[in-house]
Design a binder for this molecule. Sequence first.
Ligand code: ZN
Length: 674
Amino acid sequence: MKKIIPALLLGTLVSLQGNAVVDKNFDYHVDRFADIEVLRYEVPEFDRLSLQQKKMLYYLTEAAQAGRDIIWDQNGRHNLQLRRLLEAIYTGYTGDRQSKDFKAFEKYLKQVWFGNGIHHHYSNDKFVPEFSEEFFSAQVGALPAEQLPLAAGQTKEEMMAVLLPVIFDPSVMAKKVNQDGTQDVVATSAGNLYEGVTQAEVEAYYNALKDPSDATPISYGLNSKVVKENGKVKEEHYHLNGLYGDAIAKIIYWLGMAKEVAENDAQKAYITKLIDYYITGDLKLFDEYSILWAEDTKSDVDFVNGFIESYNDPLGMTGSWESYVNFKNSKSSARTETISNNAQWFEDNSPVDPRFRKPHVKGVSAKVITAAMLAGDAFPSTAIGINLPNTNWIRAAHGSKSVTLENITEAYDMASHGNGFNEEFVIDEPTRKLMEEYLYITDMLHTDLHECLGHASGQLMPGVDQDALKENGAALEEARADLFALYYLADPKLLELGILDNPDAYKAEYYKYMLNGLMTQLNRIEPGKDVEEAHMRNRQLVAAYVLDKGKKDKVVELVKKNGKTFVKINDYKKMRAILGELLAEVQRIKSEGDYEAGNKLIQKYAVKVDPKLHKEVLDRYSTLDIPPYRGFINPRYTPVYDESGEIIDVKLGYGENYVEQMLRLSRDYNTLAK
Ligand code: ZN
């Protein structure tokens, strides 16, 4: 529940402020297909790292890539076999590569690569192939037998009987994660986290394990698949001798190499714990690792590697495998350090009922990082901010680590230059100017405040279950963090702390937030569908609430100009006051576990879409050719060895394109090959 994904990729806003070091000639654009654009990001200041740090970074990037196959299998039980089959066809195809069928096939493969499987990474809907079943079957028929990725004992006919409906039948594995609470969300989700069990069986299984009086519970289900064996529900754990053991063995090897060149003993200690956890699958060890990791704020090179976020589980328990490798951006970190050093002031002065505030905000460490590698569920689509660990009692007792991925945000901004978005959607020249000048910094600050303070603020009343808000928990938690950030963006405290230099700067972010929440994020939704994804529900909730509550004073309006709809903010101060009211209410809902009130808010503001406005947004977007989703390929790290086999340097390279990178990863990190 604790990651930020980019809200909106605005156009001409970039006047990079402060410390950004950007190479103007760097080529951010890599590929474009379907609703996706693939970018590359720069890794500035890599060369200032010491040789030891470069070695560590290299080993960690190997550990990151070694886990790639895990997320593919978690996302669907046929994904790996299908990927191997698609790639064999793609590389061996001898026909006309410009033909309509082949072009459609290539587009599908690129989509599957981007989704780490057959479902869209964001909407969770299955991709629709635009080539025919006949074309596909003919290509499979043309493959030499040794290139068929058959499972043990499987014939070609058996494989095709499984895969054809998986690709072509829209009713088979239709949605990766189904969150429609009126259905059995376990049985109707196509992800590979459960097999042969119902939602009721899984819930009964975990309820029997959980001890409500345990103040430091492990994160049940985080690293397992739930199956039925001889009529009994049981977990298959992910560890060295369990599920995904072959990939985990490689991860352990590279983590072991990294441990040898760790920057300090604290870092060595948490890598050791992480390895022990991967060997045993013992979640107590994972908690111990998480505490050591959260408390290490000294190391320059840092990483996440494990089963972390649970968005892909309809029950929110099992972690998707992911990895981030990064190092600290010291200059920009000064900003987040200032914020987190003042965390208690922000908590004490929030508009929230004092009973629901934290009397002692615990160690919200925050830093700005340079991403060096994205992997697993964080690749190619990535977060721009992360706040971990996720376990509530660890966050309360030991704090959490919050990071902003500045070079990723920079890449988004740089790649958006001149795409016409602001001219189309922003109401007037003064607002555009304000956004050009202040949106970059206030957007970054919004991420910082959301991560460092928002998620870490507030407390539950005694006895309140942290899962009490059920299916609305994620959206309300994101709303809470966003509201905290938005409320304080307009606070004079930020000027006093020297973080902003203009009392009107916050208006850039307020305008963007309303525009996105009321209108432009609808670009990500197909006609006729509701808002489903948690972050999008949160953003519509906040924006629609402000519009509604500010109606009688005309705080914010939707106005028409030349037949087009625009967001018009008349009173930014009153808007801030309404944000404060909603923050207080959402915090009350969370603190008291008031499911009814939370559900009412979500249903009233966050789900439904005005079909007329939706169509208008889609039409206006279509004239701009801005892809709704973007992601990244990684740079390459190549070690340089001396005659004795010692690494004497690590070279950073950006030359690959999307297809080359995906094929290389499949070849070199084929860790779960049968
Ligand atoms: Zn968040």
